[in-house]
Design a protein. Structure first.
Length: 161
C-alpha cells in the first residue's frame, strides 16, 4: 500500500500525461513554491505555468518512475519528450523532482535537470557553446517568465489553484 502523498504525486503526473493542468494545479497547496532552472514561482503562478506548458506541449509525452513519499517529503523521476516551441527542436529531458507536503497537498516542488544537456537540444549551437553559463540560464529564465506573464494576461483564469 502506498503513502497518500505518493498517490498525490502519481495523480499529479497522471494529470500531466493527460495535459490536465487544472488537475495538476489541484494537487498544489495555495502557497506552493515551484522551482526549476527556468522558473521560480509562488502560488497560483505555478499552476498557470502548467496550464501554459500543457497548452503548448501538443506532442508532449512523459514517463514517470521512482515515486516515493512519506509524511514530509517525496520524490520522482520523470522524462519528457517534446518539441521546444521556440526552435522546433526535439528535446528529451530527464528530470528529478523533490516535493514537500502540507495539508495533504504539494507545498514545494523542485525540478532539477542538466541545463547544458537541455540547452544543447532545445537551442542548438547557442546551447552547446553557452549552456554551461549563468548568462544563458538567466536569459532562458527571463524569456520563460515573460512568456508566462503574457500567457497569464491572455488567460487570467489560469491563476487559480
Amino acid at each position: 500500500m502506498s503513502h497518500p502523498h505518493a498517490d498525490l504525486v502519481t495523480r499529479f503526473y497522471q494529470a500531466f500525461t493527460e495535459r490536465d493542468a487544472g488537475a495538476m494545479a489541484a494537487c498544489y497547496h495555495p502557497k506552493v513554491h515551484f522551482q526549476d532552472p527556468a522558473f521560480d514561482l509562488e502560488g497560483a503562478r505555478a499552476g498557470a505555468m502548467w496550464h501554459m506548458l500543457c497548452a503548448r506541449g501538443t506532442d508532449l509525452s512523459l514517463t514517470v518512475s521512482d515515486v516515493h513519499a512519506d509524511d514530509l517529503e517525496g520524490s520522482a523521476h520523470w522524462e519528457a519528450d517534446y518539441t521546444f516551441s521556440q526552435t522546433k527542436r526535439h528535446v528529451h529531458n530527464e528530470i528529478d523532482a523533490a516535493f514537500t507536503f502540507e495539508d495533504g497537498l504539494i507545498r514545494t516542488h523542485r525540478d532539477t535537470f542538466d541545463f547544458w544537456t537541455w540547452s544543447r537540444q532545445a537551442l542548438g549551437a547557442p546551447g552547446l557553446f553557452l549552456g554551461w553559463t549563468s548568462w544563458l540560464r538567466s536569459q532562458v529564465s527571463a524569456k520563460a517568465t515573460a512568456s508566462l506573464d503574457a500567457y497569464v494576461e491572455r488567460h487570467p483564469k489560469t491563476l487559480s489553484l
